[in-house]
Design a protein around this ligand. Structure first.
Ligand SMILES: [Zn+2]
Length: 395
């Protein structure tokens, strides 16, 4: 299934008979529309069928009243090369995640490369290599934004300028290298920001032997763009400190699958109570010691909906439009001009719920019936989710 990024264009695609359209926009999570028109990978119309120009389509998809949402974004992954992870000696983990509805992944550092270079020229070379490699090669069509260097002591401002000029747009988790003090992290995060590089900080206890501990005061002082795995990866800060981070920082609140489930709920509830749900984004933090979770983002959506008691249509925004806005991506929202990256879902067979949102609120996983990236169908009925009750068909 792997293919090169420069593959063919989708041409005109009409997606019709949508039963429920989730927008990804937390201020307006459900759209009153049943049709999406796509031309060459971009959305050109969203509306009622009778109002859309559907003539001359190369591909027509009948959704059979199922749900369409923006493709899910995993805000926190640790890729290495291609669709291989040495962490758990596994091939095909990205394709497997695409079968879980994920169409974009963001690297929090290529930290699992055996023998990962930690000298400054070496870490820069690895970041540039990873950025280039995933720009040239998209496993199963998934957009992997990689090339996220782990900062080390001794880096100077010109290193960040050089990385930015070479195309690097992300820092790996601050705190996984030798930079663990707040004042040092703060200086480097500011240099990164000056050159347009977005930063994420590791939060909580060490993930695996060799990783580090970052407390709330370091997170606040460093002021990275994303409070990475605020619920720990896996060991969490005390719940009071997690809530304090939500309150005192204005940065993104990233909740991950491979973290502490109890503080995940506390962080989600804190964001709602502080009236800042637009700050919440979701990741898996896989591959990791906990493994790879092909359904990790869907599992987070169901888990947070059911246990934090937040409406499912809003929680889907945590995994789509919120992340797109915070990370300046052109996907994640159903609106004209955005990337035609979609996940088609229905309630799983035998879920006791009447519809998709109700099934998620009960804690069930949705069934994925189709995944589209750049207007091209990448998977039909998912090989990983419970079977969807109804699936879309290509006419
Ligand atoms: Zn981490």
């Amino acid at each position: 299934m792997a293919e090169i990024a420069t593959g063919g264009k989708s041409g005109k695609v009409v997606i019709q008979n949508i039963g429920l359209l989730l927008s990804g926009d937390i201020d307006r999570p459900i759209l009153d529309a049943d049709t999406i028109v796509v031309v060459d990978g971009l959305i050109t119309a969203v509306g009622k069928y009778k109002d859309c120009d559907v003539e001359g389509a190369k591909t027509v998809i009948d959704c059979r009243k199922t749900t369409v949402a923006p493709g899910l974004i995993d805000s926190h992954v640790h890729p290495v090369f291609g669709d291989w992870t040495p962490r758990q000696s596994q091939l095909g983990w990205i394709d497997s995640s695409m079968n879980g509805g994920v169409t974009t992944m963001i690297s929090a550092g290529e930290v699992h490369l055996p023998g990962r270079p930690k000298d400054i020229v070496g870490l820069k070379a690895l970041a540039i290599t990873a950025q280039r490699a995933y720009d040239n090669f998209r496993p199963s069509g998934v957009k992997v934004l990689a090339g996220a260097p782990v900062i080390e002591k001794g880096m100077v401002e010109s290193d960040f300028k050089e990385l930015a000029e070479a195309g690097v747009g992300l820092l790996g988790e601050v705190g996984l290298g030798t930079v663990k003090a707040g004042y040092e992290a703060k200086e480097m995060v500011a240099w990164a920001r000056k050159y347009g590089i977005q930063s994420t900080i590791h939060t909580g206890g060490p993930s695996v032997p060799g990783s580090g501990y970052i407390d709330k005061d370091v997170v606040l002082e460093a002021d990275a763009d994303v409070i990475g795995h605020i619920n720990g990866g896996h060991t969490s800060l005390p719940e009071a400190h997690v809530c304090e981070l939500c309150e005192k920082s204005s940065r993104a609140i990233e909740i991950v699958h491979n973290g502490n489930e109890k503080t995940a709920i506390a962080a989600a509830r804190a964001a709602i109570e502080l009236k800042c749900p637009h700050r919440v984004i979701l990741g898996t933090d896989g591959p990791a010691g906990s493994g790879v979770q092909p359904l990790g983002i869907l599992r987070m959506v169901s888990f947070i909906t059911a246990f934090a008691q937040i409406p499912a249509e809003q929680v889907f925004c945590f995994a789509t439009g919120n992340t797109a806005r915070i990370r300046n991506l052109n996907c994640g929202l159903i609106e004209v001009g955005r990337d035609a990256d979609f996940v088609f879902m229905d309630r799983a067979q035998h879920s006791p719920a009447a519809g998709l949102l109700e099934s998620v609120a009960l804690g069930d996983l949705p069934g994925v019936g189709m995944v589209m990236i750049d207007g091209i169908v990448r998977a039909g009925r998912s090989r990983n989710t419970p079977p969807a009750t109804e699936v879309p068909v290509v006419l």
